[in-house]
Design a protein around this ligand. Structure first.
Ligand code: GDP
Length: 448
């Protein structure tokens, strides 16, 4: 087997590189000490991010004499490490800021042409606030701010690191769990779930019939479409309950919940001749509350007479029963006849990509500024200003944004909804849940 993707951690001694290394590998291996230069060897450790194995290389740093001497020596060590690495992470001490040594290492990185990123450490400290902004000057893109000690920002860093070696991973054809788009199909008995699955797989994997619950096989199947791997999550629990004694299958709450938890995309199959009964609404809310992308498959469309009226009904019900999400995609189909079934796939892909979207801090703040300009937050009960100063994306799946405010507890739900809708417009985020988290205090990045 060929070598795993390799990422080198570069930086001066004592910038927090070893603490970060330990945090990433999840155990204390390298010695950490406040004495400069204690990490004497180059360490190789394999870590797993989203199921991908990566080799992390911690470069040695000896603190030697003058700054020039240190830079010379670091450049030598780093150059060697870079040569054998696929990508690099330049670690900048949040407290010290950008020094000539970092600039010199950045030059080296530019020259190598390898993917790299800047990480600013010790971001929990107040004195580190300005460093991320300062680090832009290195010309290596948006820095990732972390506190390895307090485990802040480490998840984002891992995702960014994974992106650095994405092409290498792809080269390896290394298909792991996270490349697989896990889809689950849920819905009331008889809505046509099995028929839909059969159509998708193009074969009679399961039995369907006029009575519910004929399907006994559990199912978890993978297939390829448009260069992506899809996996159908096992929803057997939904179907196999029924007995031959005509007992009507009850949708087991726990198995639905389990199926939803495992899924990345949930397709709720509705019988279009009786759409959105209480049970359907319960499932839909569950999916949305979990922050999972939801697609409504309006099945048995062939039996619907007034198609316009039905569509309007469904849209109305969707927007009124699921306030957290706007524009839930709805696909009409006749699973029985195989009509409309393949229309699901582009919708799944688009929604999945939105769910994973990563917006730049600059874009977020530009959007926020515009929205606040056209509609400022009302004064609070004591007639004080409520100001949102800064925003940044905190996470994905679903997209989650932090809003740094002077009075976070006074931000109204109505205003958050306004911002949410604004974000949907600006960034085209219809169909996925987006979350806002209000935060107090100074923003963790620099003052602007
Ligand atoms: P499940 O319980 O949700 O898995 O539902 P099944 O797939 O077993 O389908 C229940 C019944 O509805 C079967 O008799 C299917 O033939 C029928 N059915 C499924 N999809 C359609 C459709 O698009 N149009 C029509 N007319 N009947 C369908």
């Amino acid at each position: 087997m060929s070598q795993l993707p390799r990422i080198a951690l570069l930086g001066r001694p004592n910038v927090g590189k070893s603490t970060l290394f330990n945090r990433l590998i999840g155990r204390k291996k390298a010695l950490v000490d406040n004495q400069p230069g204690i990490t004497r060897d180059r360490h190789y450790e394999n870590i797993t991010i989203n199921g991908h194995e990566i080799t992390l290389v911690d470069t040695a740093g000896y603190d030697v004499g003058s700054r020039e001497e240190l830079a010379r020596q670091l450049n030598k060590v780093s150059e060697a490490a870079l040569q054998e690495a696929d990508a690099a992470v330049l670690v900048v001490d949040g407290l010290d800021g950008v020094t000539p040594v970092e600039s010199s290492l950045a030059k080296l990185l530019h020259k190598s042409g390898k993917p790299c990123l800047v990480v600013v450490t010790k971001i929990d400290a107040k004195a580190a606030e300005k460093t991320p902004m300062e680090s832009y000057s290195l010309g290596l893109g948006e820095p990732v701010a972390v506190s390895a000690e307090h485990n802040i920002g480490v998840y984002s860093l891992e995702q960014a690191m994974l992106a650095l070696v994405a092409s290498k991973l792809q080269e390896e054809g290394d298909k792991t769990e996270d490349d697989v788009l896990r889809v689950t199909i849920v819905g009331r008995p008889n809505a046509g779930k099995s028929t839909l699955v059969n159509q998708i797989l193009g074969q009679e994997r399961m039995l369907t019939g006029p009575q519910a619950g004929l399907t006994r096989e559990s199912l978890s199947t993978r297939w390829e479409y448009n260069g992506r791997t899809f996996e159908l999550v096992d929803t057997a629990g939904l179907r196999k309950k029924a007995r031959i004694d005509d007992r009507v299958e009850k949708m087991s709450a726990s198995s639905t919940i389990e199926a939803i938890d495992k899924a990345q995309i949930v397709i709720l199959v509705l019988d279009a001749t009786a759409p959105f009964e209480q049970q359907d609404r319960t499932i839909a809310s569950r999916v949305v509350n979990e922050g999972k992308p939801l697609i409504v498959a309006l099945n048995k469309w062939d039996l619907v007479e007034d198609k316009n009226a039905t569509m309007l009904d469904v849209k109305w019900l969707l927007s009124h029963s699921l306030s957290q999400v706007r524009g839930v995609p709805t696909v009409t189909m006749s699973a029985l006849r195989g009509k409309g079934v393949m229309d699901l796939f582009p919708v799944i892909e688009k929604l999945y990509d939105l769910w994973n979207i990563r917006l730049s801090t600059a874009d977020i703040n530009r959007a926020l500024e515009g929205l606040i300009d056209s509609h400022a937050h009302p004064l609070n009960k004591s007639h004080k200003f409520v100001k949102i100063k800064y925003g940044a994306q905190l996470g994905q799946r679903p997209p989650t944004f932090g809003l740094w405010c002077n009075r976070p507890e006074d931000v109204t739900d109505a205003y958050l909804r306004y911002l949410q809708n604004g974000f949907r417009e600006v960034f085209g985020l219809d169909g996925v849940v987006i979350r806002f988290v209000t935060k107090g205090g100074k923003n963790p990045y620099a003052n602007r």
